[in-house]
Every structure is written in C-alpha cells, then in structure tokens.
Design a protein around this ligand. Sequence first.
Ligand code: MG
Length: 166
Amino acid sequence: MGKNRVYRVGLGYDVHPLEEGIPLILGGVNIQHPLGLRGHSDADVVCHSITDALLGAANIGDIGEHFPDTDERYKGISSLKLLSESVLLIKKNGWEVVNVDVSVVAEEPKLNPYKKEMRDNISNAMNCDLNSISIKATTNEKLGTIGRGEGIAVFSVALLKKAEKK
Ligand code: MG
C-alpha cells in the first residue's frame, strides 16, 4: 500500500438553481424543458460533479481551483470541455479512469430518454469506454429544495487506476 497503491476513488457533488427561460444542459444534452440551470458556464451540473470526482480521486484540487467562475474564459463554456481538460490533468498526474457512476437528483424532467446520449457525450469527452460511464436518475421525493424543483443536484464517484508505465 502507501506509495504503491494503484486505485483511488473520488467523490463529486454539485447543485445549480433552476430558472425560467434558460437552456437545460445535462451531460452535454440540451433537454427540452421550461426551466434551465443558472451558472457561469453552461451550468452542466452533471459534468461539474464528474469533474470534481476525477480531480478528487487524483487529489489535485477541485473544479473551482482549476476552472474559476471569475475567469471570462469559462463564461458560457460547454462543461464537456472542462471534463476533457480534467481527464488530461489526471492523466498528467499518472492516472487513468476505470469508471464513473453518477446519480442525478431532479424532480423534473424525467431523464430516462436522455441517459444514453449523456453517456455518449461524457465518454467521448473523457476519451473512455461507454461502458465506464453510468448515469442514474432519481427524485428527492418532493422533500426539501431539490424536492420543490428549485434546482438539480448531482453526486458522482470516479475510480482511477495508476496508468501503465510506457
Ligand atoms: Mg457547478
């Protein structure tokens, strides 16, 4: 163990508020819905949560440190791009992705029809197998802020493995 450990797990969490008249983008999919997520980038809470899980597993900080929301470069940016960049960062640090598992907590809309496209986008951005990306959706059973439909929250875990030395 210690220096020789070969696997590391990371946890990511993010939440964004829902508002009328802005696009809802989850996992890079533009979803037809009267409400969208507010944020500095495209507010793709799924990509943000995965990004933090990856950075956490590699122990190289968090999304706010690497992609600050005060930076004009990230204004309105597709968060799939942040995801790609975070994968490059973890690779630079000697890690490769084993798998990512995501739980999206949203009262509305139903996300089942969009899961495959989200997984396609995410696996393409991360340059990994489709099979390595799992997306699940649940509601908050009408409890609390998320349950009242005021926002969408996402939890992710990522498992990394030490990259083979070339
Ligand atoms: Mg965010």
